[in-house]
Write a new protein. Structure first.
Length: 76
């Protein structure tokens, strides 16, 4: 078993590295997708709208970026 690991240590390193990279990307995506949930929930309660609808509009318009700016300098 030890000999098998020694012969394939580069492959094992690559697999471990790729696994760690996937975990980091998924954690980043989760954090980004839920970064504005508090604001969205309070706006939904305040205006009587479904928070999922608000989140969908914000996602489409700004990509959940708190201070978006368009190519022409527009902000929304």
């Amino acid at each position: 078993m030890i000999e098998w690991i020694r012969r394939r240590r580069v492959l094992l390193f690559v697999l471990i590295f790729l696994g760690a990279l996937v975990v980091i990307v998924e954690l980043w995506r989760f954090r980004r997708e839920h970064s504005q949930d508090g604001v969205i929930l309070s706006a939904g309660a305040h205006y009587g709208l479904d928070p999922a609808l608000i989140k969908a509009v914000v996602w489409r318009e700004a990509g959940l970026t708190p201070r978006p700016a368009g190519r022409a300098g527009r902000s929304g």
